[in-house]
Design a protein. Structure first.
Length: 226
């Protein structure tokens, strides 16, 4: 009997994982499984330690601290993932409420319908002079809107379809460009196109809005909602 026990002890010392090989539960979380394996290994080492050369307390404490840190990181990652999933779900619900609404997004497209068109501009800082140029499908400049001084931020604007010569432009597709100055310095300005949100999708880039001919845009691209 003593020989059998000694043989089992020797096997445990040579392979401390033998005590639980094949017993790992697939349903157990990775963090708990790692902690369980570590504790079993530590107990096996303590059982089979040399009485004349026992395990160092400092080393044991260090190992326990390391496994605790790993387990804590596992739980933290799980918590962060749960928060991210909740945030994404909230974004999807928020975006769904925008279907059918008109928005301003970065873009130069301008659609004249019924003699009226909506668009916008965005300035990074206040400007003393702002000009919006409207071009037809052939690239010909047909109107210049002098907006004068404007504050920083996004601004909704409208075009009544009147061209520089006073005639009415035909309904259709046009484009806009914006230029701004502050003294002698150029101010960064961006044209904003108006579009109607037609749908919402969730992908690798997060929540995306389908704004028709302008394609897909993210929530961060929305400058104004009407």
């Amino acid at each position: 009997m003593s020989t059998i026990q000694n043989t089992q002890s020797a096997q445990a010392a040579n392979n401390p994982f033998a005590a639980y090989d094949g017993t790992r539960s697939a349903a157990k979380p990775a963090g708990e499984d790692l902690q369980d394996r570590f504790l079993k290994l530590l107990v096996t080492q303590m059982k089979n330690q040399d009485p004349l050369n026992p395990l160092d307390n400092a080393q044991v404490t260090t190992q326990l601290a390391q496994i605790s840190t790993v387990n804590g990181v596992e739980k933290l990652n799980a918590t962060i993932q749960a928060i991210a999933d909740s945030f994404t779900a909230g974004q999807s619900l928020q975006a769904a409420g925008m279907i059918g609404r008109e928005v301003l997004v970065p873009g130069s497209a301008l659609q004249l319908t019924g003699g009226a068109a909506r668009f916008g501009i965005e300035l990074t800082q206040p400007a003393d002079e702002v000009k919006v140029r409207i071009q037809d499908a052939a690239g010909r400049e047909i109107q210049v809107m002098n907006l004068g001084p404007r504050a920083a931020g996004s601004l909704e604007l409208a075009w009544d379809g009147k061209m520089s010569d006073g005639s009415q432009a035909a309904d259709g597709s046009y484009s806009i460009s914006v230029a701004a100055q502050r003294g002698d310095q150029k101010v960064e300005a961006q044209a904003l196109a108006a579009a109607t949100v037609q749908g919402v999708s969730q992908g690798n880039q997060g929540v995306q809005l389908d704004v028709g001919a302008l394609g897909m845009v993210g929530l961060a691209d929305i400058r104004q909602i009407f």
